[in-house]
Design a protein around this ligand. Structure first.
Ligand SMILES: [Cu+2]
Length: 154
C-alpha cells in the first residue's frame, strides 16, 4: 500500500517536472543517509601488549587488568604475532556475550576477535554496555603456550 502510494507520487513528480528529471534524481541521491563512521572509543582506553618470540613464548602484558565499566581495551600486536583476543563463552558474566558480540569488530568466530599480523596493529574491545564481572580470554594461535588473560570490570 505504502509502496503503491510512493510510486504514484514519483510518477506525478516525473510528469510535473518534465526536464527537471535529472535534478530530481541527484537530489534523491544526496538525501540518502551517509554511511556511519567507525565509532571512536568514548570511555577510557587501557592498552595491553601482545608479545612473543614466535615459537615458545607468547603473552598478554599485563595478563590481568581491572577496568571501569565502559572502558575500551586496546590490544596491540608488539611481537610474535599473529595474535588475537577471544573470550570463553562460559567464563564471562551472564549477559556479556551480547554486548561483546556487538562491540567486537571483524570477529572470526563467536567472541573471537580478528588476527593481528601487522606490527603495532591494534584491536579494540569496548566494554560499553558490558556487565561487571570477570572476563577470561585467550589468544587463539597461542592458547597452547598459555597466552590467556583476565579482565575484571568493576
Ligand atoms: Cu598470541
Amino acid at each position: 500500500m505504502r509502496f503503491a502510494l510512493l510510486t504514484t507520487v514519483v510518477a506525478i513528480g516525473a510528469l510535473a517536472c518534465g526536464k527537471k528529471d535529472d535534478q530530481n534524481q541527484s537530489q534523491m541521491q544526496s538525501a540518502a543517509p551517509a554511511a556511519p563512521a567507525a565509532a571512536a572509543p568514548t570511555g577510557p582506553v587501557v592498552e595491553v601488549k601482545m608479545t612473543g618470540n614466535g615459537t615458545t613464548r607468547a603473552a598478554y602484558e599485563p595478563s590481568s587488568i581491572t577496568i571501569a565499566p565502559g572502558t575500551t581495551v586496546r590490544f596491540i600486536n608488539v611481537s610474535g604475532g599473529p595474535h588475537n583476543i577471544a573470550f570463553w563463552q562460559d567464563s564471562i558474566p551472564a549477559g556479556a556475550a551480547a554486548a561483546l558480540n556487538a562491540n567486537m569488530k571483524n570477529t572470526v568466530d563467536n567472541l573471537s576477535g580478528g588476527f593481528l599480523t601487522e606490527a603495532n596493529a591494534a584491536y579494540d574491545v569496548s566494554f560499553a554496555n558490558a556487565p561487571t564481572g570477570t572476563y577470561k580470554g585467550y589468544c587463539t594461535p597461542h592458547l597452547m603456550l598459555g597466552m590467556k588473560m583476565t579482565i575484571k570490570v568493576q
